[in-house]
Design a protein around this ligand. Structure first.
Ligand SMILES: NC(=O)c1ccc[n+]([C@@H]2O[C@H](COP(=O)([O-])OP(=O)(O)OC[C@H]3O[C@@H](n4cnc5c(N)ncnc54)[C@H](OP(=O)(O)O)[C@@H]3O)[C@@H](O)[C@H]2O)c1
Length: 254
């Protein structure tokens, strides 16, 4: 699969891991449609950065917790594919958008669980379903999970359970979409320094050092540790990698 004319759709590409994925994919010759929920200016700055490298990019608004937006969103995607690329399809769907939410199990409310469910599972499920008519045969789907599905950190029961569900969904999608030549994999980052982890990393003195001491490579991850893994999974070299959970955590809690 030649990457020069490929197009990736990345949810939550305005900052953090999604932004890094967008930049690393663009560096490998992939054009990008990225979404934002609140940070329009940041998303447009990512588009400008990609355009400076000679690739094409578009930013569109999307709330992945709002299923009612999905038909309108994909109508916009189809319109941009036509006007910007003269195409009817894109090649890589990266389900990245997400929120950090932690609470100890006894204190977790129904509203907490519903919010996590909507963003981290139901949104991924139906966004992927509605993306299928526009996703090219031979394409790729990459879902973001977390190291927290393998090891446990108190306070993340609901979040990690949703990500665990996404890992199971990944295997089912790989099976059902195999006849179309579409691979489906999960990338599971360990703790990575982004806005997502800011409050946890700043919660009390010494927390960074403590976390780093539980990572074989001895440091907290940075966004650049993840974007390249996603770019690899979108490459020709990764064509036989399918239905896998690939953890990128520097060797956390081994
Ligand atoms: N950072 C980590 O340590 C870590 C570890 C494991 C897994 N992950 C997973 O990696 C993914 C990205 O995390 P991150 O660290 O990059 O987070 P981040 O820096 O907080 O960025 C989150 C991104 O998702 C978008 N977003 C948030 N809620 C959304 C919604 N309801 N609908 C659409 N977009 C939404 C944000 O858009 P706006 O900028 O417009 O608000 C932003 O682009 C998440 O799925 C997260 O669960 C992160």
């Amino acid at each position: 699969m030649e990457s020069a004319n490929k197009i990736a759709l990345i949810t939550g590409g305005s900052r953090g891991l999604g932004k890094n994925m967008a930049l690393q994919l663009a560096a490998k010759g992939v054009d990008v449609i990225l979404t934002y929920r609140t940070k329009k200016e940041e998303a447009e700055a990512v588009v400008a950065e990609i355009e400076q490298t000679g690739r094409k990019a578009v930013a569109l608004p999307l709330d992945t917790a709002e299923m009612s937006q999905f038909d309108g969103f994909f109508a916009q995607v189809a319109e941009r594919l036509q006007t910007v690329w003269n195409r009817n399809t894109f090649d890589f769907l990266i389900n990245n958008a997400g929120i950090d939410a932690r609470s100890m199990f006894p204190e977790t409310t129904e509203a907490d669980v519903d919010r996590l469910f909507n963003i981290h599972f139901k949104g991924v499920y139906f966004l992927t379903q509605k993306a299928l008519p526009l996703l090219a045969d031979g394409g790729r789907i990459i879902n973001l999970s977390t190291g927290l599905t393998r090891f446990t950190t108190p306070g993340y029961a609901a979040y990690a359970a949703m990500k665990g569900a996404v890992e199971v969904l990944t295997r089912y999608l790989a099976k059902e979409l195999g006849p179309r030549g579409i691979t489906v994999n999960t990338v599971a980052p360990g703790i990575i320094e982004t806005d997502f982890t800011k409050s946890a990393l700043e919660s009390h003195p010494g927390v960074r050092e403590h976390i780093a001491s539980n990572i074989a490579l001895g440091r907290i991850g940075v966004a650049g540790d993840i974007g390249g893994v996603v770019a690899f999974l979108c490459s020709e070299e990764a064509r036989w990698v399918n239905a896998q959970r690939i953890e990128a955590s520097g060797g956390m809690f081994l």
